[in-house]
Design a binder for this molecule. Structure first.
Ligand code: DI6
Ligand code: FE
Length: 396
């Protein structure tokens, strides 16, 4: 198997050790799509080919572990209305909000959904992202939920990126429907059908006053458990509803948003191994003022991930680098926590153990930056220092 030795670089391995797992004057041996060795250049093994990176910084490729990037239409008109003083209710009555995206998504062909999603994916790839999570949740009927997930799977076939899918049938209550009936008669049958087609990597939900109760989400999670699927949950975004406690009870991979989570929730998440996914783009767009309990997450050693939440309503953003910057400025993460949040902890939030660090046996998904120090990544606003990406051992 051909080997390539990347050399003349600084490696931020995000592995154990110093901040960032930093190795100055490092080398990385890539073989068969995996990392075969990493360490100081002076100790590097021989290789068939050597690639000098002129002192550049190499990190694990970035991972966006929470997106809704497959959807029809956009909500720019709603943005305009809100800035002209319309309330959320008025927007909803005028046909805006999440139901407008559901309508546009149902009306779009698979080809149109894919064509709209690809520029979003391309923007992420251009910032060094190699793994992206994509949720359903704008269909809210069996056929459209399945179509969204098929489009998400298709993205991994037409772009150099790994896709993890989450079934988010319990995202919103469709207009004119009773929530309990929706869960039993549409959401759960859609989950079973999507799973049977191999479309589901994890099961998500929106636990909120404007969406579903812990009891209703629990019914979906029971089916997820029966099917052997991992779980995630939008929890405690706008109010404290008990979503994180529910997520912890089901040993979910992650509880996401979590602005209103309590220190007790943080401890329950730590015991369950549930990561916190911080989504500062939605915090910014909704002009939230309640920050997630970062101190409590640190104290309990809850892994904190950072993601874009790319969606047409609350976070029309594709930049993981901007999300990292916002996580530092709004939530007071350190630049190291932000980078760990978009690499190693993001992988944990997806249940993926084979990526997110530069270490022997990990996938060779790397990002090469025109930067000297990893703090530069979260520090810049609208600055993309990506030089090259390595995806599964190949430069692309
Ligand atoms: N929380 C959010 O912030 C998004 N979904 C969710 O569960 C909002 C989605 C939208 O407004 O389209
Ligand atoms: Fe979300």
């Amino acid at each position: 198997m051909p080997q390539t030795l990347l050399t003349d670089l600084t490696a931020a391995t995000m592995d154990a050790g110093d901040p960032y797992g930093l190795i100055a004057d490092a080398a990385i041996l890539v073989e068969g799509g995996q990392i075969a060795w990493v360490g100081p250049r002076a100790d590097a093994p021989g290789a068939d080919a050597v690639l000098r990176l002129d002192g550049r910084l190499v990190t694990p490729a970035l991972i966006d572990c929470h997106t809704h990037l497959v959807f029809g239409g956009n909500r720019a008109a709603e943005f305009e209305m809100r800035l002209q003083g319309a309330s959320y209710e008025e927007v909803a009555r005028a046909g805006g909000g999440i139901v407008s995206t559901v309508k546009a998504t149902r009306a779009a062909s698979d080809e149109a959904l894919l064509a709209a999603a690809l520029p979003r994916v391309d923007a992420m790839v251009a910032e060094g992202v190699a793994t992206v999570e994509i949720k359903s949740g704008y269909g809210l009927d069996v056929e459209t939920e399945l179509r969204m997930l098929r489009v998400a799977r298709k993205i991994a076939k037409v772009r150099p990126v790994s896709v993890a899918t989450s079934f988010l049938g319990a995202h919103a209550v469709p207009a004119g429907t009773d929530p309990d009936g929706y869960i039993d008669d549409i959401c759960i049958p859609a989950l079973r059908a999507a799973h049977a087609e191999g479309l589901v990597d994890a099961v998500d939900g929106f636990c909120e006053g404007i969406a579903f109760s812990p009891e209703q989400i629990g019914r979906v999670f029971e089916v997820a458990r029966e099917l052997g699927l991992a779980m995630k949950l939008h929890a405690e975004q706008l109010s404290h509803r008990g979503g994180t406690a529910l997520a912890a009870r089901y040993r979910a991979l992650s509880a996401d948003h979590v602005e209103y989570a309590s220190p007790e929730d943080a401890r329950a998440m730590a015991r369950a191994g549930t990561a916190a996914v911080l989504l500062p783009g939605a915090f910014y767009t909704l002009r939230e003022t309640q920050s997630p309990p970062v101190e409590a997450f640190r104290a309990a050693s809850v892994p904190m991930a950072v993601a874009t939440d790319c969606n047409p309503g609350s976070s029309p953003m594709t930049s993981i680098l901007l999300a990292m910057n916002m996580a530092c400025t709004f939530f007071r993460l350190t630049p190291e926590e932000a980078l760990r949040g978009a690499t190693f902890h993001a992988a944990r939030a997806l249940g993926l153990n084979d990526r997110g660090r530069i270490a022997k046996g990990q996938r060779a998904d790397l990002a090469v930056w025109d930067a000297a120090h990893p703090a530069e990544l979260a520090y810049g606003i609208g600055i993309n220092r990506l030089h090259t990406r390595v995806f599964g051992g190949e430069m692309r």
